[in-house]
Design a protein. Structure first.
Length: 225
């Protein structure tokens, strides 16, 4: 029953959001077309529910050939591959909004685990891979809330980015997604949607930790310096 209610909510909510956001999408698309390299959307393969690969929609924020340039799949704060408009879109998370299309199609949900690239998904332990693959990826979720500052964390880590992900980010992300899998409910999803909106206006807020008091403790290595 929960899954049916969630899918109905996803469809209605995302359709309404898409209609509301059209006045934002249209000017952004026009600016994208005539700046940078002239392409509007970026489609990238991600790991979906039941290990099904799908293509996620985002506003393009980086140079077309960025995966083959220095940095590869890891993006740092003030990365030279990011376009001028792309920098603003990434900071505000507006670049993520076209994922509404994925939600309408049924590839994603409003709330769920972060939709990961295959190479990133493979960094999880087999236990976490199994847990995450049983759920639809989400536009927002506990991982998205906690790691809103991910690019800044990696930039200021003071160590090789790939090692930092392997040693610190992926283990904690995995524990967060495991927490969500044991607390999954319609009420949890509504709270996470509220917290997502809250963070837009109060990006430094720790309200998520005050509401969900049993969240895995954030390691000191994952605190902004």
């Amino acid at each position: 029953m929960y899954k049916k209610i969630k899918r109905l909510f996803d469809f209605i909510f995302s359709l309404l959001v898409l209609l509301i956001l059209l006045p934002i999408f249209i000017p952004i698309s026009i600016i994208q077309k005539f700046t940078g390299e002239g392409y509007i959307f970026y489609l990238q393969e991600r790991m979906g529910q039941n290990m099904k690969i799908f293509k996620i929609w985002k506003f393009a924020t980086m140079l077309k050939d960025s995966p083959n340039l220095k940095g590869g799949e890891i993006t740092l704060r003030n990365d030279p591959r990011i376009t001028p408009l792309g920098k603003y879109l990434r900071i505000t998370k507006i670049n993520e909004l076209p994922q509404i299309i994925n939600i309408l199609k049924g590839d994603m949900s409003i709330v769920g685990p972060r939709p990961l690239m295959i190479v990133s998904f493979n960094q999880y332990s087999p236990e976490i891979q199994k847990i995450v693959s049983q759920m639809k990826p989400g536009l927002t979720g506990i991982g998205s809330l906690i790691f809103r500052d991910e690019e800044k964390l990696v930039t200021n880590a003071g160590m090789n980015p790939k090692q930092y992900y392997k040693l610190h980010i992926f283990p904690y992300k995995g524990s967060l997604e495991k927490w969500y899998s044991t607390h999954i409910s319609f009420s949890t999803d509504i709270i996470l949607i509220f917290l997502t909106a809250w963070q837009i206006f109060f990006p430094e807020s720790n309200l998520v930790y005050r509401i969900f008091k049993d969240l895995p403790i954030r390691p000191k290595e994952l605190k902004i310096r």
